[in-house]
Design a protein around this ligand. Structure first.
Ligand code: NAD
Ligand code: UD1
Length: 338
């Protein structure tokens, strides 16, 4: 199959590109590099051993996306192209709604014009909201989100479901990611956040490499075994493999299907710090701080549906995640700029 990767130069898109290529598919990347760089595309080529078609374009640009689809007819679209920083979304809600909703609408319009019927969407566990008990199961209703970023995911899921309801030809797969961490085992590709990282693993890795003085652990008085929050961390290479399954699934199904992509096992912030220290051999200085607004004490995935219907399970361990994150950070202390 040939697959258009909207936002394919980003963290998850770049790892997915490699896995799709190695599974025998062709990819076409469209990215405006607002949160990535062309260097990521070069690394995809280096790691996969294949040259890749990549366009610098805004996925909201209808003419640009349609003309790319005309030049390169595709069988499926994977939609990664979104703004994703929770705190920034609270400060800039209009930009978040504009970017994330418009990219989705433009892709759907261009797909209709070009006769493309299959789309895989990067959603998030955040759509379960605060009300649902964990582990989260796909049959649970979407909950109330705590920030505009989460609401964009909520709304984009709704838009895609409505589109599939109206068009019997459409196949929509909503992938709800839990907490992706890790990097390509080669150390050539990984997560390259701009500025101060918001997420735990890049922060830990930057402390270890000496870019930050210490990690602040947001709260140690949660009702969890060690008092720190627990999440379902998943290796980005497992996530990438899940996309290969999802893309292939769209070719044989119609309508909307939702899949959690997680390991099904929770892990605390302190467990992450300890596992990182063990696997890197580098101490990670930390101190406890107050809770972060909007954080839930714990949640994790019920990942059975992806296992049963996609034939996918997360195979990599927490040690793999920490080792590969460190390998990437150590080799690229300043990310793709290094
Ligand atoms: P990322 O920022 O690394 O990748 C997103 C890519 O989309 C970037 O390369 C960016 O330049 C591009 N982009 C954004 N807006 C665009 C536009 N209008 N036109 C063209 N390109 C555009 O993020 P990621 O971590 O790879 O996440 C990919 C997707 O998965 C996002 O939609 C994100 O919300 C979702 N997601 C991520 C996580 C996570 O923890 N990383 C968790 C759940 C869901
Ligand atoms: C966050 C977002 C979520 C998004 C996900 C992936 C919030 C409330 N949720 O999830 O919508 O889908 O990122 O992008 O922001 N932590 C620290 N110190 C740090 C950073 C994090 O202690 O410097 C803790 C957090 O309190 C949390 C855990 O580490 O318990 C994981 O944090 P993070 O990586 O930001 O992911 P989530 O908060 O789960």
């Amino acid at each position: 199959m040939r697959i258009l990767l909207a936002g394919g130069a980003g963290y998850i898109g770049s790892h997915t590109a490699v896995e799709l290529i190695l599974a025998g598919h062709d990819v076409v990347i469209v990215d405006n590099y607002s949160n990535s760089s062309p260097e990521a595309v070069e690394r995809i080529e280096e790691v996969s051993g294949r040259s890749v078609v990549a366009y610098e374009a805004d996925v909201r640009d209808h003419d640009a996306v349609c003309s790319i689809m005309r030049e390169y007819p595709v069988d499926c679209v994977v939609h990664f192209a979104g703004l994703k920083a929770v705190g920034e979304s609270v400060r800039k809600p209009v930009e978040y709604y504009r970017n994330n909703i418009d990219t989705t609408l433009t892709l759907l319009e261009c797909m209709r014009e070009r006769g493309v019927h299959n789309i895989v969407f990067s959603s998030s566990a955040t759509v379960y909201g605060e009300e649902n008990p964990y582990p989260y199961v796909e049959t649970m209703p979407r909950g109330r989100c705590s920030n505009p970023y989460g609401w964009t995911k909520f709304m984009m899921e709704q838009i895609l479901e409505d589109a599939a309801r109206a068009d019997a030809e459409l196949s929509v797969v909503l992938l709800r990611y839990f907490n992706p961490i890790g990097a390509h085992p080669s150390g050539r590709m990984g997560e390259d956040p701009q500025g101060i990282p918001n997420n735990l693993m890049p922060y830990v890795a930057q402390v270890a490499v000496g870019r930050r003085d210490h990690l602040t652990i947001f709260g140690n008085d949660y009702p969890t075994p060690d008092g720190t929050c627990r999440r379902d961390y998943i290796h980005v290479m497992d996530l990438a493999a899940g996309h290969v399954k999802a893309v292939e699934y769209t070719a044989a199904h119609k309508g909307t299907e939702i899949f959690n992509l997680g390991t099904g096992t929770p892990c605390s912030v302190l467990e992450i710090v300890r596992a990182f220290e063990e696997n890197s051999g580098v101490p990670v200085k930390y101190e406890f701080g107050p809770r972060r607004d909007g954080d839930l004490a714990e949640f994790w995935a019920d990942a059975d549906k992806a296992r049963d219907e996609l034939g996918w399970t997360a195979a990599r361990t927490l040690s793999d995640m920490c080792r590969d994150s460190w390998n990437w950070q150590r080799q690229n202390p300043k990310g793709y700029e290094s």
